[in-house]
Design a binder for this molecule. Sequence first.
Ligand code: TTP
Ligand code: MG
Ligand code: MG
Length: 352
Amino acid sequence: MVMANRIIILLDMDYFFAQVEERESPQFKGKPVVVGADPKEGKGRGVVSTANYVARKYGIHSAMPISKAWQLCPTAIFLPPNFELYSRTSENIMNIIRGFSDKVEQTSLDEAYIDVSFCKTYKAAEKIAKDMRKEILEKERLTCSCGVGPSKMIAKIACEMAKPDGIGVVTEKEAEKFVEPLDIEKMPGIGQKTAAILRSSNFQTVADIKKLSEHDLEDLFGVRGKEMYFNVRGIDNSQVETEREAKSIGKEVTFETDTRDPELLVLTFEQLCRQVAQELKEEGQAFKTVTVVCRFSGFETHTKSKTFKEASYDQGLLRAEATKLFLRFLVEKQKPLRLIGVRVQLAPLTKA
Ligand code: TTP
Ligand code: MG
Ligand code: MG
């Protein structure tokens, strides 16, 4: 019997927000369900948080404008998100998962990496994945999917492919061949921008990138390029991090010339708030602190922050508080601005 080096499971709930809504209202089962902003008969301005798999058949997906979702399926059941309910459910799920391993890294409300290297074999790891899925189904009446692999990267991709309600196992030996046919954007660190650069030189699949040397990739993408060299060969050494540092999400803009133009300042600031809110939403995370940074002419930099008693998902609150802080800057200092930024400190996902 060959002993495995590391074995990681990635567990991710299926259509999480929408599935919780189906559980609460069984009459929704089998019908298209969309959780997100109010569609206002097609005139709504927000986005889709998620949709169940019935609604996905109409082409509806996360982050799509809610007006578009309405066009695609006006008869769908449209629901506002109930974050409180999802957080409570998430906590229950994470508690179940922690019963199977001490080494758990929760990466969003509905997703966690579990290091089960103590299993020694993929068979035993698959059994753990099965048992976790069974317990979550029995106790929370929700389905999820699992990927089992030699690294976080492989576990994540295997899980995506197994969705919904499945388990995908890829061993260390199979990993390199497994990633070869995939689209380049499946690799960690290859987002839309990097993908566009690579595609313009006709690199479409992971196998295509293997034609580039470690040196080429490092020249193109720096440290990230070096990692990419290994990733496209099925190797990823990133660890399951049990102690998660308080993470923050922030956006900032430097103006071409220092400015006091009220329209430019306000519009830019609103845009920054929207970007931060969008990223928060995509990660399904709550925030506890809002910080505004202003750099004035002469590189004089100041920040103002507001910390809330409780973590919040409320994007309106984020915008309102950030704007208050920003207006205080504008009133207190008359100097032209060189840079403005908004940052939120995320609430820890796990209770200490
Ligand atoms: P995901 O796990 O990405 O998606 P999902 O659980 O809805 O569907 P899948 O079966 O493909 O895993 O996200 C988890 C939750 O986070 C999702 O239910 C809603 C929220 N979310 C947003 O609010 N906006 C987004 O853009 C994304 C991607 C997720
Ligand atoms: Mg999910
Ligand atoms: Mg997820």
